[in-house]
Write a protein that binds this ligand. Structure first.
Ligand code: PRP
Ligand code: MG
Length: 207
């Protein structure tokens, strides 16, 4: 049985539309509260975005759709088969105007960065010449500077509305984020005959 994990939440609609265009998911499929969609010869499971890479890595799903942000943060060893270009956003450092100065030159003190991307922050920020301490939050990180929890935040930005509404702006661009098709490396070998036609259809419809 081939299983594909797709993310619930914001990107679910785009993921479902892509799979419908690729003829994998029948149009107007409504699973209701059910988290498993059985199809003719495979199934789709609906899971939290952060759970897609680990479930694919562990082989509970052979394929998955996941944002580059959660792929990196998971540290999961998965094969990236295709960049769909969907759900485009950017990983950035943002802060209030007064944080701009301290970003690159805080010789005495490490900069506190609030984020839900703890692993990514520890990996990427030193490469950008930043000396930071990561302050983990599960979300709503834009509140952190106002509370004094951290000087800046690291998060994804799509429209920029959340930053603006909280008096923050982008201080440093880190990397672009889009939704990728990922696979379990072992399954790629064993089930390539089944995976290849799906990959080709997804490629065709997502350009
Ligand atoms: C995400 C992200 C930003 C916001 C970006 O948060 O963490 O806060 O969306 O979108 P925008 O640039 O269009 O405003 P989400 O709403 O998923 O909630 P969370 O951070 O609490 O998980
Ligand atoms: Mg948020």
């Amino acid at each position: 049985m081939l299983t594909m994990a797709i993310p619930t939440g914001r990107s679910m609609e785009d993921a479902a539309e892509l799979l419908t265009k690729a003829d994998i998911l029948p149009p107007d499929t409504d699973p209701g509260r059910r988290l498993e969609i059985p199809l003719r010869d495979m199934r789709i499971i609906l899971v939290k975005p952060q759970d897609v890479p680990p479930l694919v890595h562990m082989g509970f799903a052979q394929l998955g759709l996941a944002g580059q942000d959660v792929i990196l943060e998971s540290g999961a060893r998965v094969a990236v088969l295709h960049d769909t270009g969907l759900c485009p956003c950017r990983m950035v450092i943002a802060g209030p105007p007064k944080a701009r100065e301290g970003l690159m030159n805080s010789p005495n003190r490490k900069l506190r960065v609030a984020t839900k991307y703890v692993r990514t922050a520890d990996q990427v920020l030193p490469q950008r010449g930043l000396r930071t301490v990561t302050v983990p939050l599960h979300g709503s990180v834009e509140i952190a500077p106002a509370l004094g929890i951290a000087e800046v935040i690291m998060d994804i930005v799509q429209t920029g509305n959340t930053l603006k509404a909280n008096g923050l702006s982008v201080l440093m661009e880190l990397f672009p984020v889009t939704m990728r098709l990922i696979a379990n490396p072992g399954a790629l070998n064993l089930q390539w005959d089944r995976i290849r036609p799906m990959l080709e259809r997804i490629r065709e419809v997502s350009g």
